[in-house]
Write a protein that binds this ligand. Structure first.
Ligand SMILES: Cc1cc2nc3c(=O)[nH]c(=O)nc-3n(C[C@H](O)[C@H](O)[C@H](O)COP(=O)(O)OP(=O)(O)OC[C@H]3O[C@@H](n4cnc5c(N)ncnc54)[C@H](O)[C@@H]3O)c2cc1C
Length: 321
């Protein structure tokens, strides 16, 4: 069956068409569901770019059992895609086939479980994880302060900054597989590389355990402040954006290649290459997802022509064109 992540691998820029049996009409298991299940749910308001179409179905479980039961009954019959804060995602204008699972408050907790360990819900924010670690005197998680996503997104994307990444701190994670089975995966099973994991497509990370080192809360707090300030100065934080657009190529910086190819401020429809950080694309107000993705492809072409480097997308592009 087609799974959403299969499309992530298509980085020739051509938006794939994907046939999903039944689409919105396909049966989803409503019996016994306690969470919120919405048909044709607009996703634009749930992602940073504020663009894109609707999910055939959006499921917001009330707790772990609710999610497990729902996935069990779904039994892999429709594609499933987890959505965090949508801070690394272009939802295409034709929407997302199948079911989008969004972990809300019930999955957003963080607790200290040992001298240097934390238990985090899949929907917990980077800021909450970093500040809970700080208060408990756990160092090494400060970098999460600057990444505006959820634990589930970090675990899948191997989120990182300032020389640290999730691969350095993850002990293991609990994952619901597309057939509803829950498994605990040690970090080694995720085969981490730069902004990539081997997490199964359609799997939902519901919790993760992180480990740091003993540290001084004041020093940890100071490092978090330094990170927040550095971000403020270098990234277009208060815009509709999707984070780093392209992966840094081996031995190079994507932003530099984009800049040298003359793309700073380049526009396509309502989308623009940020003037502040050239590896960020922004929605200036009325962009469509096609504008944003098209601009990304234009930038890739220009960089290829200028430096010979084929930039790879870091932003996940999902759904129907
Ligand atoms: C201003 C800005 C700055 C950023 N800076 C950085 C940075 O420094 N470093 C960095 O690495 N990233 C950065 N990002 C990108 C983004 O924050 C990270 O990729 C983050 O990990 C995405 O988390 P999310 O929860 O929003 O995931 P989403 O964007 O919602 O989804 C991203 C991917 O993760 C999957 N996913 C989400 N939740 C789950 C889950 N529970 N289970 C399984 N899969 C899941 C989605 O299906 C998708 O494949 C930045 C983004 C912005 C907007």
């Amino acid at each position: 069956m087609v799974q959403p992540d299969d499309w992530f691998d298509l980085d020739d820029g051509s938006a794939p068409t994907c046939a999903v049996e039944g689409g919105v009409e396909a049966a989803v298991p409503v019996e016994g569901v306690r969470g919120k299940l919405t048909a044709k749910a607009p996703l634009a308001k749930l992602v940073w770019f504020k663009t894109g179409g609707a999910a055939d179905w959006l499921f917001e479980p009330v707790d772990l059992d609710d999610l497990k039961a729902f996935m069990e009954r779904l039994d892999g019959n429709l594609p499933v895609m987890a959505l965090g804060l949508g801070s690394n995602m272009i939802i295409r204008d034709g929407g997302v086939p199948g079911v989008v699972v969004r972990l809300g408050k019930p999955f957003a907790g963080v607790s200290v479980t040992g001298e240097t360990t934390l238990q985090c819900g899949g929907g917990a924010s980077g800021i909450l994880v970093a500040s809970t670690a700080r208060d408990a005197g756990i160092a090494g998680l400060e970098f999460l302060r600057g990444i505006p996503g959820t634990v589930g997104g970090f675990v899948r994307m191997n989120g990182g900054a300032y020389g640290r990444e999730v691969a350095d701190i993850l002990v293991d994670c609990d994952v619901i597989l597309p057939d509803g089975e829950m498994v605990t995966l040690p970090a080694s099973d995720l085969q981490y590389s730069y902004r990539h994991s081997a997490l199964l497509e359609g799997a939902v990370v519901v919790s993760a355990r992180f480990e740091g080192t003993p540290g001084d809360p004041e020093a940890i707090g100071a490092e978090m402040d330094r990170i927040a300030e550095a971000r403020e100065n270098s990234q277009p934080l208060r815009t509709k954006t999707g984070g780093s657009t392209f992966k840094n190529p081996e031995g190079g910086k994507a932003w530099q290649l984009v800049d040298e190819a003359g793309c700073r401020g380049l526009k396509l429809g309502g989308a623009q290459v940020s003037e502040k950080h050239t590896n960020f694309l922004i929605n200036t107000g009325d962009a469509t997802s096609a504008d944003i993705e098209g601009l990304g492809e234009l930038v890739r072409d220009k960089v290829k022509a200028h430096s010979g480097v084929a930039l790879e997308w870091e932003i996940q592009r999902v759904g129907r064109p």
